[in-house]
Design a protein around this ligand. Structure first.
Ligand SMILES: [Zn+2]
Length: 221
């Protein structure tokens, strides 16, 4: 689904199976943010194709974090020549506890090698300048991606529509999650693009969502 020039959203809507929302950023370095589960990639690929996007042309896969429902499908794109990038903390976390974590969900951790690490600051991909924010709390190396030109914020499992990411997995930290959400809430956002659930469009709606989370959820983190 096209949101804006070079910005596409592939929401996951099933009530019976978990997977993440995926986002495609066009331009000189066609980029996929969060590939989702491996067995759902063929579905994602055909949705992209129906929007005129060649999945084999993806040059970079960014993972907001390395939980299986966001990360497992990366391999299909890296096998086709895409580079893969995550935060260094997430790489460390995955190598330390990833095997156990994936087995919790009945899966084997995929082989992976980050081509480069995402660090807080700007990431320039052709004409697109993205800002990477380190937003730990749901996982130690969670990142959020802010595209200032589009006022689009991709949050992974940090912020959802009327909710936040779980804090009961290994590597979670509620205090850090609150700090991360505070940081993101200061950005000027028209499109809030979370890792699960509905996207939020409209500056006022985004502000209201951050206010709701701070009032209704922060006390429980
Ligand atoms: Zn997650």
């Amino acid at each position: 689904m096209k949101l804006d020039n070079d910005l596409y959203c592939y929401p996951w809507t099933s009530m019976v199976e978990n997977n993440c929302n995926s986002y495609y950023l066009g331009g000189k370095t066609p980029t996929l943010i969060d590939a989702g589960h491996k067995h759902r990639v063929s579905n994602l690929s055909s949705l992209m194709e129906s929007d005129g996007i060649d999945p084999k042309g993806i040059k970079l896969v960014i993972s907001t974090h390395a939980h299986p429902d966001h990360f497992e499908g990366n391999q299909i794109f890296t096998n086709n020549g895409a580079m893969m990038a995550i935060h260094k903390e997430e790489d460390r976390f995955l190598r330390e506890v990833g095997g156990r974590f994936y087995r919790m969900f009945g899966m084997e951790m995929p082989d992976f090698k980050a081509d480069f690490y995402l660090t807080e600051g700007s990431l320039v991909l052709g004409k697109n300048e993205l800002q990477i924010y380190h937003t730990p709390g749901h996982s130690p190396g969670s990142i959020s991606v802010y595209w200032h030109e589009k006022k689009a914020l991709i949050t992974g499992d940090v912020v959802f529509n009327q909710g936040v990411g779980r804090t009961d997995f290994p590597g979670c930290d509620g205090r850090l999650l609150k700090e991360s959400i505070e940081k993101l809430s200061r950005l000027d956002v028209e499109y809030l693009l979370p890792g699960h659930g509905d996207i939020i469009v409209g500056k006022n709606e985004v502000i209201q969502n951050f206010d709701f989370i701070k009032k209704a959820i922060f006390a429980y983190l």
